[in-house]
Design a protein around this ligand. Structure first.
Ligand code: SF4
Ligand code: SF4
Length: 143
C-alpha cells in the first residue's frame, strides 16, 4: 500500500480518556515538563509511576490541556511522547507497536492499513516518536 499517509481529522478521541488502558505513557522528561506546565497553569495532574523513569498519566474524561472550543491541544509543542505517536501505541513492556482503534482515521482506513507493510511510511512523524520512546525504554532497562 504505497502513498497512504495518516492525516489527523481532529476528531478529539485521542484527548478523551475512558479508562486505564488508554492513559498516556510518559518518559521522565514528559513527566517533568507536564508537571511544570501544570504548576504554571494551576492545574492538578495525577500520575502513576510504572517503573524507574516511566509513568502513566491518569486522565479521566477530557485531557485538562484539551481546548474544547478550538478542538486542539493547548500545549501542542510540549505534548508528551504518547500524544506525538498517536494513533500508534507502544506497549512499554513488550515493545509491541499497535494502532489505536479509537482513532477515526484508523477506523476509516482499517482494511487498507492491514495491507500496509511499513508503518513508518504511513505514520512518519508518529513512528519517530515511537522509536524515540522505545530507545529511551531500552536505555533505561540497561542502566
Ligand atoms: S496533551 Fe494535548 S494531545 Fe495530549 S491528550 Fe492532552 S490535549 Fe490531547
Ligand atoms: S483520534 Fe486520530 S484522527 Fe482523531 S484527533 Fe486523534 S489522531 Fe486525529
Amino acid at each position: 500500500m504505497s502513498g497512504m499517509k495518516f492525516t489527523c481529522y481532529r476528531c478529539i478521541h485521542c484527548c478523551f480518556f475512558a479508562g486505564s488502558p488508554d492513559y498516556p505513557i510518559l518518559t521522565e522528561s514528559d513527566y517533568r515538563r507536564l508537571k511544570k506546565i501544570a504548576t504554571q497553569r494551576g492545574i492538578n495532574l495525577k500520575f502513576r509511576r510504572m517503573r524507574e523513569g516511566l509513568y502513566q498519566w491518569v486522565i479521566e474524561g477530557f485531557c485538562p490541556f484539551y481546548d474544547v472550543k478550538k478542538r486542539g491541544c493547548s500545549i501542542y509543542n510540549y505534548r508528551p511522547s504518547s500524544c506525538r505517536m498517536f494513533p500508534l501505541l507502544l506497549n512499554p513492556s513488550t515493545g509491541e507497536v499497535s494502532v489505536s482503534l479509537l482513532c477515526d482515521w484508523v477506523m476509516e482506513n482499517f482494511s487498507k492499513l492491514r495491507e500496509a507493510s511499513n508503518p513508518a511510511e504511513v505514520f512518519p512523524e508518529e513512528f519517530k516518536a515511537v522509536i524515540s520512546v522505545f530507545k529511551y525504554i531500552k536505555e533505561n532497562q540497561t542502566q
